[in-house]
Unconditional design. Structure first.
Length: 82
């Protein structure tokens, strides 16, 4: 199954590791370090021009998504129930 992350970005649900609200980047030093490391490794991708609302971690990349973490979690739960 697939999950739409916003814009034209769709990933396999099996690749997804975690979904975080964007606020975690400001409240946690560890998450900020993780995102910075992904940026340095060129594994960070911003989806679309809109402001990021969530961070999606996959096996190969980290995405800034314009879709809220709660909406993405609902989408992933729907797939898990199928």
């Amino acid at each position: 199954m697939y999950i739409h992350l916003g814009g034209e970005k769709i990933i396999r649900s099996s690749e997804m590791i975690a979904i975080f609200d964007i606020s975690i980047e400001k409240s946690s030093k560890l998450s900020k370090q993780f995102v910075t490391a992904a940026l340095q490794d060129k594994r960070l991708e911003r989806i679309g021009e809109e402001e990021a609302k969530s961070i999606v971690v996959t096996q190969n990349a980290v995405y800034y998504s314009p879709i809220s973490s709660s909406t993405l979690k609902k989408r992933s739960n729907i797939l898990a129930d199928s």
